[in-house]
Design a protein. Sequence first.
Length: 382
Amino acid sequence: MDYKQYDLTEEQYMIKDMVRKMAEKEIKPYLAEIDEGHIPDSVWQAFVEQGLVAMCYPEEYGGIGSSFLDIVCMQEELARVDTTCAMLSGASMLPLPLVMFGSPEQKEKYLPRLASGEQKCCFALTEPDSGSDAASIKTTAIREGDCYIVNGNKRYISFAEQSELCILICKTNPEAGTRGINALIVEMDSPGITVGKKESKMGAKGASACEVYFEDVKVPVANRIGGEGEGFRLAMQSLEKNRVGVGGIAVGLAQGSLDFAIQYAKERYQFGAPIAANQGLQWMICDMAIKVETARHLVYKAACLFDQGHPDATKLGAMAKCYATDICMEVCTDGIQVCGGAGYMKEYPQERRFREAKLLQIVEGTNQIQRVVLGRKLFGKL
Ligand SMILES: Cc1cc2nc3c(=O)[nH]c(=O)nc-3n(C[C@H](O)[C@H](O)[C@H](O)COP(=O)(O)OP(=O)(O)OC[C@H]3O[C@@H](n4cnc5c(N)ncnc54)[C@H](O)[C@@H]3O)c2cc1C
């Protein structure tokens, strides 16, 4: 199948412009507060009012039904100002298994309130003894009549404390390996669910990551996404797509660091001239720009391939997440170096960006795991 799109459409440039202006107005004034761990309600309200949340949901369920590339562009522009808020907008992507594979009844029941921003949804896969090796989860969902009884605990679950719904990945048949895993839609106010410790994190502190405990939680069989035992496959397919959004966030974050570095290098004088006049420093910034631009193209291309249902989408998605987040770490490191001591100080945004960049190399599958995925695509089974 051919890859059909090269540049963004006029409408996509308009989305980027609109989101950039919105982020400057609604998020920038609160950056310090957000970095302390609190996102003002007004930010989510602005996302809802400007249609950013609805973009992630199909039109027939109250959304706008934007293309995946549109959504990635939106996340990129938010991250240019703040990664945490881009992750919050990305929280609208966490119910992807429901959006992609839910039954019409499940979508009818749950999507309208997610699309309107009335409810949020978290995605719970990771456990204390199961991270990269996702198939080794121990949380069980044992069938009893027309319900599953869920027991176990999850950790590092983003937005668990703010969410009314959870897409829970759990084992129904421990003997059946990846075919013994289900994806369930769980209502977070169900008896037996406790949201536990909120982790103290290095960065992106406004996006809480919590433990979630399940003790004899009853979940109707009707809330299973897909067929019995299909949960692992559906979860992996959702992650394969969602991680391109992380690539988009990385591009935006790196662009923010680059923008600041250019401005600082023009305004900071040493030896009687702007520091940008030193070729050694200028070239460092040029390399930052090259990395951001190449990552942007790869991320956009991967998003397009997902929109087209292209067979190479998974491969390009792993490349895009891995490359964009790796260069983001490099760019945000150099973004501090360009600013010298000021780059290290909390008064300026570069040190925050550095802390946030590290996270992106870990979430939605670490970059080592992206290389495992890519290796499988390149070499098959050896
Ligand atoms: C802030 C934050 C938010 C998160 N939000 C969520 C969420 O909402 N929902 C959710 O389910 N999870 C979430 N996670 C969990 C995240 O997806 C995991 O942390 C990630 O998948 C890695 O798992 P782990 O931390 O257990 O690391 P481990 O799997 O223990 O890995 C440790 C190291 O070993 C490497 N490694 C492991 N296996 C291999 C291999 N085969 N080859 C090479 N290297 C390997 C890893 O790359 C890593 O460097 C979040 C994590 C963080 C930090």
